[in-house]
Design a binder for this molecule. Structure first.
Ligand code: IVH
Length: 675
């Protein structure tokens, strides 16, 4: 190996080992086996010995007491280390209670404990001494980390063994208190080291350190919640825990015996409100049947005991690390920054990404690469970043800068007057925009071509088979080219063609919505189709004529005019026409099936039991009624479903607009009740 090759390999190894260390220590998620990791490290040590000129201070081999992994000895558990069934709902908890009662009757008690958010540890004791500590590992075997565990002061290494079985195992959770976490993380920051995302990762990373002296510098705690022995100590779990406590084992003072499920619920509610007052993180409550003979009777499923369950609290805000900001280009060319995060549990799901909305949001947050951020799940499915945690900002970190050019096609981005969003103006050639437009066309609310989902559209585009909406209708003649692309077999190709052919029956309003004229959403497409009856008449309409249609304002009218001013768009329309799509309203379809709702206007809001919102819209329109999009004094009825927006409800109440439900509406049409 020459000098140049050695240097390149050393750089590569440092990068690779650092990334494995990050996965292991920060994410607590090893991506390589210990053996593979060691061989990379050995190779680096070997090269550094032979080429000392390339011994860099940032090399993981020079990181004293640092995060170099060493194989721990693997030890089989004497008692399998199982997990717990989880629930986030009280209904599930009541069902758990019912199940238990069905098996063991009414005569039992529960024990409630905090669910500590750390890492599980099994610690065996014999004749007054701590013998061995083992991590959970895969549940049947784990890493032997006795020396590391001995640095935890709250764990007795010696105890008075009178009255205890000669050997036993206690199980508990190793945790780090929030205060210690913040302090240690700040130190890491000062030293230019990677910070940990939360106390649990810090605790679990620390337990995996090779050097117990380093572990000792990281104060940790351990709460015990399990006792395992061949001999019975007491008759109940609670009593066992009290016996351990009296011998100096660290059992939480918050453990509580409960008489029934109502007591349990009270405990859960209490800690939901007060958990912030604890000096450490909990993520829920563990509920266990107390009597050991009943625990035995209930037994285990493959993964967890039937006598216990954990009730998890919904985390509504949580800290995590920003890994990278990427940019998504939508079908309209709008550029949306997306924060890619270190995955973290939040309100019942694992969050990996958060929306950053637009360039202003990045400035508001003063976002820097590698920042620790506080994220929150509001009403939306995609969580948002509330703020940066300034104490954890890395030294010399670089501010996130919104790009000036489109990250996909390189075109200079533009910002329209009064809008916060940047757009890529290259709408005809910027791939994500073209793909997005085709995906919109085939989507459920537009042409509803089920067999041509988002992935297939992207696949066909990247394989040069479609470049525009019109190209979809040329696929029938290219079937031989479709076969074998991605995972497309004969059956998928057949379905694809059937779906495409069927879409030719879709009504004009759907086609109009699908072609994606800016600001022409579903409702507006319907209004335009209803008013003008054909694409040619919409195209021919002058500005003032467009404004005459229901709900069409200045912005939409201008957008329609702009669309038809572009020759490419007109060509697209002609192609769609010659492919046989409906570009006129079907007069039969437009006829109302009754006129009972004539002159009456409706706003539909919420989720309905019998019909979808689309169906209700159709029913109202088919019976002569008119759909409006917002509540005003002119509105005749608000049709309210489940989970409707409170503002609509409030406004309707204020204006005295009658609020009816789905059944009222259907009755109205069936003339049972004219309201
Ligand atoms: S009892 C058979 N009690 O939660 C399982 N576990 O999801 C016995 N945990 O691996 C576990 N606090 O790491 C139990 N008070 C508590 C707990 C607790 C935290 C953790 C433990 C376990 C995981 C199960």
């Amino acid at each position: 190996m020459n000098l140049e090759e050695a240097q390149a390999r050393i750089h590569q190894l440092i990068k690779e080992i650092k990334s494995h260390n990050y996965n292991y220590y920060v994410l607590s998620e090893a991506k390589v086996s210990d053996q593979d990791f060691d061989s990379l490290l050995q190779e680096l040590i070997h090269l550094e010995n032979n080429f000392p000129e390339f011994l860099f201070s940032e090399s993981p081999t020079q990181n004293v007491g640092g995060e170099i992994n060493k194989n721990f000895q693997t030890v089989a558990h004497n008692y399998p280390m199982l997990s717990l069934g989880n629930t986030y709902s009280e209904a599930d908890l009541l069902a758990f209670d019912q199940r238990i009662k069905k098996i063991i009757g009414e005569e039992f008690t529960y024990v409630c404990e905090l669910k500590f958010d750390g890492l599980a540890m099994g610690i065996s004791y014999s004749d007054g001494k701590m013998i061995q500590a083992v991590t959970r590992g895969d549940g049947s075997k784990g890493d032997e980390v006795t020396e590391n565990v001995k640095t935890i002061h709250s764990l007795p290494q010696n105890y008075n063994s009178d009255g205890l079985p000669s050997s036993f195992e206690v199980r508990g959770e190793v945790i780090m208190h929030r205060k210690a976490f913040n302090k240690l993380n700040e130190n890491r920051l000062k030293n230019g080291e990677q910070v940990y995302a939360n106390p649990r990762n810090f605790a679990s990373g620390s337990m995996k350190l090779q050097n117990p002296k380093e572990v000792a510098k990281r104060p940790m705690d351990c709460f015990m919640y399990g006792f395992y022995s061949n001999e019975r100590l007491k008759e109940g779990h609670y009593e066992n825990m009290m016996a351990l406590k009296s011998k100096g084992f660290n059992v939480s003072q918050h453990i509580k015996k409960c008489d029934g499920i109502q007591d349990v619920l009270e405990y859960i509610h209490y800690w939901e409100k007060n958990r912030e007052q604890l000096s450490y993180d909990i993520d829920g409550i563990v509920i266990k049947v107390n009597e050991l003979n009943l625990q035995e009777e209930l037994g285990f499923t493959v993964k967890s005991p039937r006598w216990a369950i954990s009730y998890k609290y919904q985390a509504l805000q949580v800290q995590t690390l920003l890994k990278e900001v990427t940019y998504q280009i939508g079908r309209t060319g709008a550029v949306t920054p997306v924060a890619n995060l270190e995955p973290v549990q939040l309100a019942g799901t694992v969050v990996k990404r958060a929306t950053l909305h637009n360039a202003n949001e990045i400035l508001r947050l003063d976002l820097h690469e590698g920042d620790t951020v506080l994220i929150e799940k509001g009403g939306e499915i995609i969580p948002k970043i509330i703020s940066v945690v300034p104490e954890f900002r890395l030294k010399n970190s670089i501010a996130v800068i919104f790009p000036e050019n489109c990250p996909e096609c390189g075109t200079k981005l533009i910002r329209k007057d009064g809008e916060a969003v940047f757009y890529c103006p290259n709408e005809k050639e910027c791939s994500p925009q073209v793909i997005g437009k085709i995906q919109h066309f085939t989507s459920r609310k537009a042409m509803n071509i089920d067999s041509l989902g988002e992935e297939t559209v992207a696949l066909l585009f990247t394989n040069n088979l479609i470049h525009s909406i019109a190209d979809i209708y040329t696929l029938r003649d290219k079937q031989n080219l479709l076969l074998g692309i991605g995972r497309l077999g004969q059956k998928s190709v057949d379905n694809l063609i059937i779906g495409i052919e069927a879409s030719k029956e879709m009504p004009f309003e759907k086609v109009l919505f699908g072609i994606g004229i800016r600001f022409v959403g579903e409702t507006i497409a319907k209004k335009l189709a209803f008013h003008f009856k054909s694409i040619d008449q919409i195209k021919a309409a002058l500005y003032d004529e467009l404004l005459e249609a229901d709900e069409i304002g200045d912005k939409i009218a201008l957008s329609v005019i702009e669309f038809f001013a572009d020759e490419d768009n007109n060509e697209l329309i002609e192609q769609l026409k010659s492919s046989g799509l409906n570009l006129e309203t079907d007069q039969k379809m437009m006829k109302s099936t009754s006129t009972i709702l004539e002159g009456k206007s409706f706003v539909i809001s919420g989720v309905f039991e019998i019909n979808s919102r689309e169906d209700l819209t159709k029913i109202i329109e088919e019976n002569g009624g008119k759909i409006l999009s917002s509540v005003s004094a002119k509105l005749n009825y608000l049709v309210a479903g489940e989970n409707m927006g409170p503002s609509k409800l409030e406004k309707a109440n204020k204006l005295g607009v009658p609020i009816i439900n789905e059944t009222d509406l259907l009755n109205m049409i069936n003339n049972e009740n004219t309201l």
